[in-house]
Design a protein around this ligand. Sequence first.
Ligand code: APR
Ligand code: ZN
Length: 249
Amino acid sequence: MEEIKKAAEIIAKSKHVVVFTGAGISAESGIPTFRGEDGLWRRYDPEEVASIQGFKRNPKAFWEFSMEMKDKLFADPNPAHYAIAELERMGIVKAVITQNIDMLHQKSGSRRVLELHGSMEKLDCLDCHETYDWDDFAEDFNRGEIPRCRKCGSWYIKPRVVLFGEPLPQRVLFEAMEESKKCDAFIVVGSSLVVYPAAELPYMAKSSGAKMIIINAEPTVADSIFDVRIIGKAGEILPRIVDEVKKMR
Ligand code: APR
Ligand code: ZN
């Protein structure tokens, strides 16, 4: 496909490539996306199950939603994740900025991963700040109970993910902005680019003069800022781009 060659040419000539990913890159790992025809937000109200106000109002609703995600979260990376890790090993990709909380970039070998929305790795008690691992509550989950703080008895045990209404981790966001400004190519994979401040980053890269590539299953609101737009599945497209880059290096 012509666009794949164009994307590969840009990447092969670039010195500092940054990749920006959303839920779409993990779709082929079996993790549901949020928007689009079978998106999670068609079945759940994000205000109720993914906002800090909703969590404090009713932790049970949050946990019902999270349990659907949790079983999927210990999924495996797919060829798209491995392709990005390979470009990092080739010295081309310098950072992955992700909105995803599934840690699949790290699992596939990417080393510089900026998690704008945190991750499911750890859980914290919002009242006494005790930190937990998932295994600490394995029995509670098996009994269908929601986690309760062992130390202070609070029901506000929350995975270290950024919920709607919460600020993004400032150092991570700052680093992601720096990367977006200094890169010479910015590749978006699997994001609808509608959630801010994350969705600001492609515009930042564009205004800093980066070449812009997007690989997504459907058009996005930001399509006009991209030099190369590829509609398709990340798990199929990215490995083909890496193969083309290898021929050009
Ligand atoms: N390959 C490439 N793109 C895909 C694939 C695939 N296999 N499957 C789906 N997509 C595309 C969809 O077409 C959609 O445009 O991925 C995009 C996913 O968009 P969203 O579901 O909106 O996910 P994302 O952009 O990551 O959402 C941003 O919103 O709900 C919050 O915090 C949550 O981090 C999330 C943020
Ligand atoms: Zn506590």
